[in-house]
Design a protein around this ligand. Structure first.
Ligand code: ZN
Length: 301
C-alpha cells in the first residue's frame, strides 16, 4: 500500500519536474532570440533591393523584397495580402520614392512602427509638364545618391550595423563612380544629341549621357499603340533629326520595327533594370551592358 503512494508520488514529481524543465527550456530558447532579434528590412522593388543588398552585405539582418509587379516598374502596383504581412513584420521599409510607390501613403499610415527610408530624398528629379519622373535608379548619378541615402538612413536606424552599412556603401560607390566616368567618356565622343525614348526610365539614362530627349512614348507595358502615336514619333524624328531611340524590347519591339521601317532611326534596346537576377552585381552588370550597346551603336558605327 505504502509503496503504491510512493510510486504515485514519484510519478507526479517526475511529471512536475518534466513540465518545469520544459518551461525553463522554452523560456531559455525564446528569450535570447527576442533580445538579439535581427532587423528585418523590406524593399519596395528590384533596383532598391539590389542597392540595399550591397549595403547590408555581411550585416546580421533579414532582407526581403515585396512581390514583383506584373509589368516592370511599380506603376499601378497594389500591395498583396502577403506584402502587407511582410511590411507589418518588418522594422525598416526602403522605398524608391519620388512617387514610384503609389501605396507609400498607406504604409506610412497603417504601419507606424515601421521606419520608412525614402531613397530619392533630396534628389533633383526630371520633370515633364510638372510631373515627376520617378525612374531615378536609371541615372548613375541619381542612383549613387540613392545608395548614399539608404546607407545613411540605415546607419541611423540600426546603429549596431552602422559601420558595415557605410563601409559597404562606399565600396559600392567606387564601382558606380567608374561607370559614371565611362558615361562621361562616351558623351564626349557622341555627336548625335537628340533622342526619343519609349519608356520614361531611359530619360535618366539619356541625362547621364547629356542627350536631349525630344519625345517620350510610354511603352512600359503591353498596350496598343495608335497610328497617331506612331505618326507623332515619325514627325519628331524628322523635325529634330533624331537618329536613335532608347526602348525596352519586351514592350516596344513592334513599334520599334515600324519606326525603323519608316525612317532612318535606329532603336537601341536597353534594360530598364526594374527586374532581374537577385545578385549583388546585377545592377552594375545591367548598366554596363546598356552602355556597351550604346557605345556599339551610337559611337562605334
Ligand atoms: Zn516605368
Amino acid at each position: 500500500m505504502k509503496n503504491r503512494y510512493v510510486t504515485l508520488g514519484a510519478i507526479l514529481l517526475a511529471t512536475f519536474c518534466f513540465f518545469v524543465s520544459c518551461t525553463v527550456a522554452y523560456v531559455m530558447w525564446e528569450t535570447p532570440q527576442k533580445v538579439t532579434k535581427n532587423k528585418t528590412i523590406v524593399t519596395s522593388f528590384y533596383p532598391v533591393y539590389i542597392a540595399t543588398m550591397n549595403i547590408v552585405d555581411g550585416a546580421d539582418v533579414n532582407l526581403k523584397n515585396l512581390s514583383e509587379p506584373k509589368t516592370g516598374c511599380l506603376h499601378d502596383f497594389q500591395l498583396t495580402t502577403q506584402d502587407m504581412k511582410l511590411i507589418s513584420s518588418s522594422d525598416i521599409f526602403v522605398a524608391n520614392g519620388a512617387g514610384m510607390e503609389s501605396f507609400l501613403g498607406t504604409v506610412v499610415k497603417e504601419y507606424k512602427n515601421v521606419k520608412i527610408i525614402d531613397s530619392s530624398k533630396g534628389i533633383e528629379l526630371i520633370k515633364e509638364d510638372g510631373e515627376k519622373n520617378a525612374h531615378t535608379w536609371m541615372g548613375t548619378y541619381t542612383y549613387r545618391q540613392q545608395v548614399k541615402n539608404i546607407a545613411k538612413q540605415l546607419a541611423k536606424t540600426d546603429p549596431d550595423n552602422a559601420n558595415v552599412y557605410l563601409k559597404n556603401a562606399k565600396k559600392y560607390d567606387e564601382k558606380l563612380k567608374k561607370i559614371q566616368k565611362r558615361e562621361k567618356e562616351l558623351l564626349a565622343k557622341n555627336s548625335a544629341k537628340n533622342i526619343i525614348v519609349f519608356h520614361e526610365a531611359f530619360e535618366y539614362t539619356a541625362k547621364g549621357l547629356n542627350l536631349d530627349v525630344k519625345y517620350a512614348l510610354d511603352l512600359d507595358e503591353e498596350r496598343q499603340v495608335s497610328a497617331g502615336e506612331i505618326a507623332d514619333v515619325l514627325t519628331h524624328i524628322k523635325e529634330n533629326n533624331v537618329k536613335y531611340i532608347f526602348a525596352e524590347k519586351k514592350y516596344a519591339k513592334s513599334v520599334g520595327d515600324a519606326v525603323e521601317r519608316e525612317s532612318n532611326v535606329k532603336v537601341i534596346y536597353l534594360n530598364p533594370l526594374n527586374r532581374g537576377k537577385y545578385e549583388k552585381d546585377a545592377y552594375i552588370k545591367g548598366i554596363t551592358q546598356n552602355l556597351d550597346k550604346i557605345e556599339k551603336i551610337m559611337i562605334n558605327n
